[in-house]
Ligand binder design. Structure first.
Ligand SMILES: [Zn+2]
Length: 396
């Protein structure tokens, strides 16, 4: 009977599917992760300091510029070399925080060399893209020394839009194998769902996401009607039933239909203006603090580590804002899934599987500061409240 359905008890029953040890482990992993943010920022500052003190970038800039003034080539090469040096010096920290720790908690089955190989590929890609970004950024600083931080928002937006358009086509296939979803009930269901809410259904893929992570994920990416639905093979390996597929894919279609990605990109661009404004104001004192004597001011690409150090601190302080922003869209996508596909139990079953890498019942403040998804306990609670308010008629 619908009247006797108790959302709180149903939520507790879902959470009790994991034994207390598993919840304790998830809490240890999640709260340890909060501290990693702080240590990661300190590592970034230390690496910036080491690169500045080495004088590597100043020497490179002088060499490239030579007697002729070649600011564009100089900023591209300095930017690319900086990203390479930064990644090499940060490698031990990255290996610990992104691979070893995941392994300890059983959240990845990837071998170290596999992780390292993927890291090398993404480093090569980001050195090129980052080099281009810094080239454009330093051109702005030279052309508009007073207002460059304002234009940087547009630059950031352009780079985010380009990566959203080109990433699924050119970058993601480098790391994972995408194949059209095999015919069968799962594919048929996803096609029907896409038709129901007007998401293009001609491109539905399975990718070998289980190579990197045991996490249970799917995504809908693309812009301007070029959507494609990509589902990790973990969804099939863990034996997802149709209700679960509907709950999860419905959530991802929510992100697409409700334009979350362009919305977040626009807000990130606005926040970038604020961050670059702070860089503009704080560059001189930060350069002194880091001992960047050879850097000739903000317009000198050799000062990139100073700029990055400021951004690292600003990003740490701004994390609660960006986390909350993303968390709000995640709650919205859950709501979309419930409203359009009505699978509170399918969604909850899938959510229980994500507890291992994001503890289910954090305090409210911890959730606001650190969580970029609403806590699973609360997400299931909302799904169960939806279920209580929308009892299904007999037969389903
Ligand atoms: Zn989501």
């Amino acid at each position: 009977m619908a009247q006797t359905f108790d959302p709180a008890a149903a939520t507790a029953a879902y959470l009790a599917q994991l034994p207390p040890e598993a919840h304790a482990r998830a809490t240890a992993y999640t709260q340890g992760g909060h501290w990693l943010l702080l240590w990661g920022t300190l590592v970034a500052l230390l690496v910036a300091y080491l690169i500045i003190r080495s004088g590597l970038l100043s020497r490179l800039r002088r060499k490239v510029e030579g007697r002729r003034n070649r600011p564009i080539l100089a900023s591209f090469l300095v930017g690319a070399v900086y990203l390479l040096a930064d990644s090499l010096l940060s490698l031990p920290w990255a290996a610990y925080s992104q691979w070893w720790r995941q392994k300890q908690y059983g959240l990845t089955s990837q071998a170290f060399l596999g992780w390292l190989g993927e890291g090398a590929i993404s480093l090569a890609i980001s050195a090129v893209i980052g080099g281009l970004f810094f080239t454009a950024l330093y051109a702005l600083i030279r052309k508009a020394p007073r207002t460059w931080w304002l234009w940087s928002g547009g630059l950031t937006a352009a780079f985010i839009a380009a990566s959203m358009l080109l990433g699924p086509l050119y970058i993601e296939p480098i790391f994972n194998k995408y194949t059209p979803a095999p015919a069968g009930p799962v594919r048929d269901e996803v096609v029907a769902m896409a038709g129901q809410v007007g998401v293009p259904s001609d491109k539905i893929f399975v990718y070998d996401g289980s190579r990197q992570s045991n996490a249970y994920t799917a995504n809908v990416s693309g812009l301007f009607g070029s959507a494609r639905v990509a589902m990790s093979d973990t969804m099939f390996k863990k034996g997802a039933d149709i209700a679960e597929v509907r709950g999860v894919v419905g959530h991802e279609m929510g992100h697409y239909s409700r334009l979350h990605a362009p919305l977040i990109a626009a807000i990130i661009a606005a926040l970038a203006v604020l961050a670059f404004f702070l860089v503009d104001r704080l560059f001189a004192p930060a350069a002194r603090l880091l001992g960047a004597d050879e850097v000739r001011g903000l317009a000198d690409p050799a000062g990139l580590p100073v700029l990055s150090a400021i951004l690292a601190v600003v990003a740490l302080l701004g994390a609660p804002v960006t986390n909350s922003l993303i968390r709000i869209t995640e709650a919205d996508a859950d709501r979309y899934s419930l409203v359009h596909f009505d699978e509170p139990d399918g969604l909850s079953k899938a959510l229980v599987k994500t507890i291992e890498y994001r503890a289910a019942t954090p305090g409210r403040l911890e959730e606001i500061i650190f969580y970029d998804h609403p806590a699973v306990g609360r997400r299931i609670q909302r799904a169960m409240e939806w279920k209580a308010a929308h009892p299904k008629t007999a037969g389903r």
